[in-house]
Design a protein around this ligand. Structure first.
Ligand SMILES: NC(=O)C1=CN([C@@H]2O[C@H](COP(=O)(O)OP(=O)(O)OC[C@H]3O[C@@H](n4cnc5c(N)ncnc54)[C@H](OP(=O)(O)O)[C@@H]3O)[C@@H](O)[C@H]2O)C=CC1
Ligand SMILES: O=CC(=O)O
Length: 339
């Protein structure tokens, strides 16, 4: 019997926001304290703790600290990663290892996946030896990767055909929030699975939103990251323009941090951007992927997003100059090249 893992962070209320189908797109309906009755969770969730076996697929910048926090909280964690060596640290910390996503899923009650992009999320879930092969009734699959709604629905359908439950749960928050257990989960899908894994989400995050049907979590994440990508591109332009007209960029960062447009992102990344240093927290290639997916989302509802479209071009230019694996703040380098 697996040990129960208990969140050491205070549990946040799970507010649900559902978009009304009959109102203008700007109208959001807050539905506080969404009521969920659990069907799957009885065996594994009791009194705010989770006593089942937890699988984790994908140990990159985000997956590693997320899985580590589960291990530290006492969860029975089994890991898999395409590049096996990235499992070693977690195995040393007490994780079990299985040789394929299918093996992880068949040996665990709930399996999380944190993959790079839509293609890898589908491959790991639905490919040869994919998680679907190990899923079945009574199990749950939680995809925390940032993907588009269509990808999430495809994975959901494949998982649910086995009798298992599915939750999409992309996260807002980067490497440091992942290390600190301060992520924001944007979930949608099976409400009973949401309730089952709530203690695990509380270990890895500071808040969680349940947003209804599969696709809503992906859409929320893409809209948020679309805003973030445009903000970073605009900040980059400001830093370079300021410098070109003779302003001290360090002072500009300080001025921005004190005014109405202050944002943790500017204060955190500004000082290193001024030094042309981009230690990777959120890889630039993933930010460009999110802008690309946000453009697809916007096109699906004929919503113009010209600022994000322009920002996307800048990230594409940065990628073509070899900056894919640097932090997304390296987008400023594309402006230097263009000047
Ligand atoms: N970094 C951040 O700040 C944040 C990232 N995200 C999102 O989370 C997800 C993961 O991000 P992050 O951890 O930074 O990314 P990384 O690039 O660090 O990790 C990507 C993971 O996906 C795996 N992977 C890639 N391609 C494949 C494939 N074809 N088959 C199997 N596995 C594959 C990698 O395996 P391998 O080790 O073998 O390469 C690795 O485990 C992305 O969707 C990203 O957009 C969300 C919030 C914040
Ligand atoms: O997806 C990136 C983030 O910081 O959130």
């Amino acid at each position: 019997m697996a040990m129960a893992c208990i969140s050491t962070f205070s549990s946040s209320p799970s507010f649900a926001f559902l978009r009304s189908r009959h109102r203008p797109s700007s109208f959001l309906n807050p539905i506080a304290h969404f009521s969920i009755s659990s069907q799957l969770s009885d065996a594994t969730t009791e009194g705010g703790s989770f006593s089942g076996r937890v699988g984790f697929l994908g140990l990159g910048i985000m997956g590693t600290p997320m899985a580590l926090n589960l291990i530290k909280a006492g969860c029975d964690v089994t890991v898999w990663n395409r590049t096996k060596s990235k499992c070693d640290h977690l195995i040393n910390q007490g994780a079990k290892y299985q040789a394929s996503p299918a093996d992880v899923a068949s040996s665990c009650d709930v399996t999380f996946a944190m993959l790079a992009d839509p293609q890898s999320a589908v491959d790991v879930a639905c490919g040869v030896n994919g998680a679907v092969k190990g899923m079945g009734s009574g199990k749950g699959y939680v995809d925390v990767s940032t993907v588009d709604g269509a990808t999430s629905k495809l994975i959901s359908e494949n998982i649910k055909e086995t009798g298992a439950s599915f939750l999409e749960a992309p996260v807002s928050g980067s490497k440091k929030p992942a290390e600190d257990g301060q992520l924001i989960f944007l979930t949608a899908g099976d409400a009973s699975l949401f309730e089952t894994v709530a203690p695990l989400l509380d270990i890895m995050g500071k808040s969680k939103f349940y947003l209804g049907d599969v696709g809503n979590g992906a859409a929320m994440k893409l809209v948020v990251n679309m805003i973030m990508g445009s903000m970073m591109a605009s900040f980059s332009e400001g830093l370079l323009l300021g410098e070109k007209v003779g302003l001290d960029p360090k002072v500009l960062v300080e001025v921005v941090s004190q005014g109405a447009i202050s944002a943790p992102m500017f204060s955190m990344k500004g000082p290193s951007m001024v030094q042309a240093k981009y230690p990777t927290a959120f890889p630039l290639k993933h930010q460009q992927k999110d802008l690309r997916l946000a453009l697809g989302l916007a096109e699906s509802v004929s919503q113009p997003i010209p600022i994000a479209a322009a920002a996307n071009e800048l990230y594409k230019a940065a990628k073509s100059h070899g900056l894919s694996d640097q932090d997304f703040s390296a987008v400023i380098e594309a402006l230097k090249i263009n000047l």
